[in-house]
Design a protein around this ligand. Sequence first.
Ligand SMILES: Cc1cc2nc3c(=O)[nH]c(=O)nc-3n(C[C@H](O)[C@H](O)[C@H](O)COP(=O)(O)OP(=O)(O)OC[C@H]3O[C@@H](n4cnc5c(N)ncnc54)[C@H](O)[C@@H]3O)c2cc1C
Length: 286
Amino acid sequence: MRYHNPTSFEDAVGIAAAAQGVTRYLAGGTDVLVQMRAGMVLPDDLIDLKNIPGVHDIAQTPDGGWRIGIAVSGAELGAHAGLCADWPGVVEGMELVGSTQIQGRATLTGNLCNGSPAADSVPGLVAAGALVSVTGPKGVREVAVQDIPVGPGKTSLGAGEVISGITLPPRGAGGGDAYLRFIPRTEMDIAVVGCAVNLRVDGDTITEARIVLGAVAPTVILVPEAAQAIIGTTLDDAAVDSLIAAVTAACKPISDKRGTAEFRTEVAGVLAKRAARIALERAKGA
Ligand SMILES: Cc1cc2nc3c(=O)[nH]c(=O)nc-3n(C[C@H](O)[C@H](O)[C@H](O)COP(=O)(O)OP(=O)(O)OC[C@H]3O[C@@H](n4cnc5c(N)ncnc54)[C@H](O)[C@@H]3O)c2cc1C
């Protein structure tokens, strides 16, 4: 295995584009090093991204959004007061990943590119409308986070492409988000179901919403019908019933040792209701 330590994304792309065999990037390493140790992945080229300038930075953009470096850890996100105030749902998704030790290394980008449908930080990013910068042999393109995973363990990234940053939009007035997951124990487990809700209110009325489910389909799914069920409402009981109906209709889960398809579908409705209520309270307090 060849280990590379580039100091620019252009160099990383050059190495990846020239590589012939199995290539992996090294961010926190909490997926890729575990997979290597288990013999599941044996990269010919391992490209460490942590020494590229700017990858550990969190910065506000001129429009009031946020730019998050691809090597920022979960612990660093959780310690950033401005980001936590604007996007608590995004941060709490990442903070559910693993343990204190894992938090010190694991990144949003690694969680996204590992391609798990149960990845805890991805629903919050999709609900927020986050974009990633994809740097490749043909330059840089901006891609919506929901367009990166295409199936379990698979992404839409082409040969030689690397994610070089994450952008969250400006929070703006009256906005709130939240992420909840169900696991059989209190920590260190994979989501049986996850749900993120991002919404905006004008007074008591919801004017915008994005609702995203994890672990109930081959990728994280954005559910526009669920958003429509609560837009124009105060999240009254009738709206909650419509929300649950829309969420349950969107679920296409598998049954496995952690939960049956029927159980996952029911839990998705419960989490959507609870996450929507938390996001609404946050939006009203914003
Ligand atoms: C004990 C333990 C508990 C865990 N608990 C959870 C949990 O509760 N929830 C959860 O969702 N996950 C969990 N995980 C999985 C893992 O911690 C997360 O997926 C983490 O966010 C991965 O980030 P990383 O930076 O460590 O990724 P890495 O391991 O460095 O990389 C992961 C993948 O992403 C690719 N990649 C990394 N950076 C880039 C980039 N910039 N551009 C393109 N591709 C890139 C790599 O090639 C690799 O395929 C757990 C793992 C362990 C070991």
